[in-house]
Design a protein around this ligand. Structure first.
Ligand code: ATP
Ligand code: MG
Length: 321
């Protein structure tokens, strides 16, 4: 059984990405699981090349610093040639209508001038990511489910038409964890691409920045902390972050405190301690460019080796070479 998960370098990794995904990948990842920095996916909407490149390096460093086995991590563009070729094969297997029906495409292209063709074809690249590696399971949220369904359709169609090459993957729901909310607007989830970063704690923020952001977190006018997500989303978010760092149930943790300020101090302490080893290891890696490049190359090489026979077979069967 192997799983494949990716993270797009659309911004700096934040506390939500860490608690909701990266930390779990490091703790629970199986020997066959793969994780990748999806930088090619970061080019489907207007982007800055230098920024994308530096965010991709940073994300790679964060994944490794979080404790994910470097042998199971790679940067997508290091496999650009393989993925580009397989994307083409899959685009030749996919109907226009199937791609145009994707909800993500409709949402992201709505009202935009100059929509990139890659925004339409990006599900074929995602299918290539999954099918090249022969992943059995793809843990995705609701927003990506339809793309995994399309991947299944394309894999079955290809296998049925040209010959059996691809493993048919399944979308699986990642284990339910609390969604970390934006500290400045607790009705929205914390997001890499949020326009305003005041409510976003980044995984590599310095301790004093973390403390400042948490102190300024928007809460309601109450005084005694309780865990009531519907009526007191700001306080609930803080208690959920505390629970994710320290363990325990948010409602029980609330009883330990008699003021909002005390909760904020405890959350700041817990988040700073939770992120400290990550920040230290990541900054060591980011300072040692040669080492980061070595690890990066090795990860790419392994992913390429794992997938290239499928690409070769698919090209041959569809009539290339
Ligand atoms: P973007 O704004 O570009 O969509 P994002 O912050 O939503 O960025 P993704 O790259 O979409 O991040 O997601 C990476 C992983 O982090 C996914 O597994 C996703 O479920 C998880 N994740 C994202 N935001 C949160 C959050 N606020 N709380 C918990 N998990 C999150
Ligand atoms: Mg997202």
């Amino acid at each position: 059984m192997s799983k494949l998960s990716g993270i797009t370098p659309s911004g700096h990794v934040h506390l939500g990405n860490y608690l909701g995904a990266v930390r779990r990948w490091a703790r629970e990842g199986g020997a066959e699981d793969l994780y990748f920095v999806a930088d090619l996916h970061g080019m489907t909407t207007p982007h800055n090349p230098a920024k994308l490149r530096s965010l991709a390096s940073e994300q790679l460093a964060v994944l490794i610093a979080a404790g994910i086995d470097p042998e199971r991590v790679f940067v997508q563009s290091d496999l650009a040639r393989e993925l580009g070729a397989l994307t083409w094969v899959l685009e030749c297997t996919c109907n226009y209508g199937e791609a145009a029906r994707m909800i993500q495409f409709k949402e992201k292209s709505k009202g935009q001038a100059g929509v990139r063709l890659s925004l339409l074809t990006y599900p074929a690249l995602m299918a290539a990511d999954i099918l090249l590696q022969g992943a059995d399971e793809v843990p995705v949220g609701e927003d990506q489910r339809q793309h995994v369904e399309l991947t299944r359709t394309l894999a079955k169609r290809f296998n049925g038409t040209y010959g059996d090459v691809f493993t048919i993957p399944r979308a699986v729901l990642p284990p339910a964890g609390a969604r970390v909310k934006d500290l400045a607007d607790p009705t929205r989830k914390m997001s890499k691409s949020a326009r305003d970063a005041v409510g976003v704690v980044f995984a590599l923020d310095e301790p004093d920045q973390i403390r400042r952001k948490i102190r300024r977190a928007v809460t309601d006018g109450g005084t005694v902390p309780v865990h009531a997500p519907d009526t007191r989303p700001g306080m609930a978010n803080l208690l959920e972050i505390l629970a994710a760092c320290r363990g325990g149930a948010p409602a029980d943790l609330a009883e330990e405190f008699s003021s909002y300020g005390a909760v904020k101090d405890a959350v700041a302490d817990a988040v700073i301690e939770e992120l400290r080893p990550l920040r230290e290891r990541a900054s060591t890696l980011l300072d040692d460019v040669a080492e980061l490049n070595r690890v990066r190359k090795a990860g790419a090489e392994r992913a390429r080796e794992r997938g290239s026979h499928r690409l070769d077979a698919a090209l041959r069967m569809i009539g290339a070479c």
